[in-house]
Design a protein around this ligand. Sequence first.
Ligand code: ZN
Ligand code: ZN
Length: 329
Amino acid sequence: MGSGKVLKCSFCEEPAITVVRYAKLRLCKKHFTEFVQRRVLKTIDRYGLVDRGWRVLVAVSGGKDSATLLHTLSTLSKELGFEVTALHIDLGIGKYSEKAKEAAEKLCKALEVPLVLLSLRELLSVELPELVAKSKRPACSVCGLVKRYLINTAALELGVQAVALGHHLDDLLPYIVKNFVLQNLGGISKLGPKTETEEVFVGRIRPLYEISESEAALYAHIQGLPVVEEVCPYAVRGESLEEEIRSFLNTVEAKRPGFKVAFARAVAKNIEFYREEAEESINKCEYCEMPTASNICAFCKLTARVLGKPMGSDVRSKVRRILAEVKTL
Ligand SMILES: [Zn+2]
Ligand SMILES: [Zn+2]
């Protein structure tokens, strides 16, 4: 647009703020908003992510992706007849977590979505940096493990039908490629648009499965959603294999618009095949009865090693108490 000429929206007289190349559309703010919402709606439809009457727990980190997720889901929930509740986990990563929590609270207030807040300090008496230092494991793996455990615990206690995660196309595709390269085909089954509910595991859905990172960011920006501007101090970008693959996929996308969405759809189509490759047995943890592939879950293993005691069942009862208070409010 260097010529100074303002391009018009494909649907109205307003100036276009973005070009969606794979859809061959130039869109103004209003029509871009509608475009994303319709795409999320179609994703829900195509993969059967939500049923009427369901209650969906939306994991909200304070970042732009989950803000876009919560906004689109709460908008669509009326039309599709389901309910949303938000969950934010305060990990205690200094200023970053404070800001993230503030953003999540503001967002839920603005959208009038009930918010469940869980704080690691309250549940374990330690925060993430201490867990990371003592466990001698990479921060992102400890963080992921703790979040997965708490999200599943909250979802079970609340009795929701699904947990919605803010993962978009550009989060998922690099891991799908990486798993394929390493021929860890079973791993791909967990990167599709949904995972099924099992006895002690609430199914995950990814309504942003066909939305790119830049679309999710633009949507949050246009809607003026409160998001944390700081980057997590543990985040390392630019050097990992996933990052290399991400930039490769974007190079292909630039030459062949629509490539990434087509790839995601092809994977989703074959997800049953990948699930058979996974063939993990799901057991219940000896200490806390939460799902695990072995006898002791990763959370109980971690806390036993770092804190001297497997904390799963303690944490579960604390979460139950917290949620009981939330319910009676
Ligand atoms: Zn328009
Ligand atoms: Zn356990």
